[in-house]
Design a protein around this ligand. Structure first.
Ligand code: MN
Length: 224
């Protein structure tokens, strides 16, 4: 599969998102989960395979509870460079809103034939080593682009905890969606609806210096 759908949906002179180049990361098996406050809040779950990030939009986000099945809608492949993207897509552009790198790390398929074969069959068991997500998961296709993301029972599984509430910060910068929007020229109020009302304690937040703050992206075209 190519990045043509990714390319077609975006205007790269308007969005700060990376261009549609195929490549392999240094590790070759990265995964990333990006929390994205677009029209609807969702979590983009991405696995590197065949020079791209295979991608699913998970409306409620991944769960570490094996009793919870999360709907995961497969979306267009993304470039591998997308794994580091945290910032603001201008309003009016495709996916306009604030993007946070919510979790990242590496993963490995649990089948012997590899990721592509597993995905083609509609059943991929894999193990992730992230900062938040750990252990064994399965992505299983129910129909067309509709999949379920389910945690397997293992030593990392937890019951009853909503990890999106207890671990709401960026793994890159420890920022909230609100803070990313403030720093990168996004719509702060809209971004804030994706943050939990009660924020857990944190350390090491990295804010952009006021002087280095990005102005509204292409403000002349997107704002009156
Ligand atoms: Mn998205």
């Amino acid at each position: 599969m190519s990045l043509s759908e990714y390319k077609k949906k975006r205007r790269f002179n308007k969005t700060p998102e990376p261009g549609p180049e195929k490549k392999t990361s240094e590790l070759g098996n990265v995964f990333v989960v990006q929390k994205h406050r677009a029209t609807q809040l969702h979590y983009d779950f991405r696995l590197e395979a065949d020079g791209v990030l295979k991608s699913w939009a998970v409306p409620k986000g991944p769960s570490m509870d094996p009793a919870v099945k999360r709907l995961a809608m497969q979306v267009e492949d993304h470039p591998v460079d997308y794994a580091d993207f945290e910032g603001v897509i201008p309003e009016g552009e495709y996916g306009g809103g604030t993007v946070m790198v919510w979790d990242h790390g590496i993963y490995a398929p649990e089948n012997s034939e590899g990721v592509s074969k597993g995905l083609a069959k509609g059943d991929l068991k894999f193990t992730v080593l992230g900062k938040k997500l750990k252990g064994s998961f399965v992505l299983v296709r129910t129909r067309d682009r509709q999949w379920l993301l389910i945690k397997h029972r293992d030593e990392y599984a937890t019951e009853g905890e909503d990890i999106s509430e207890t671990q709401p910060y960026s793994v890159l910068t420890k920022r909230t969606l609100t803070e990313i929007a403030e720093d990168e020229g996004g719509v702060v109020k809209k971004a804030g609806t994706g943050d939990p009302k009660k924020l857990p304690p944190r350390r090491g937040v990295k804010r952009r210096k006021k002087s280095a703050q990005k102005k509204i992206w292409h403000s002349d075209k997107t704002k009156k």
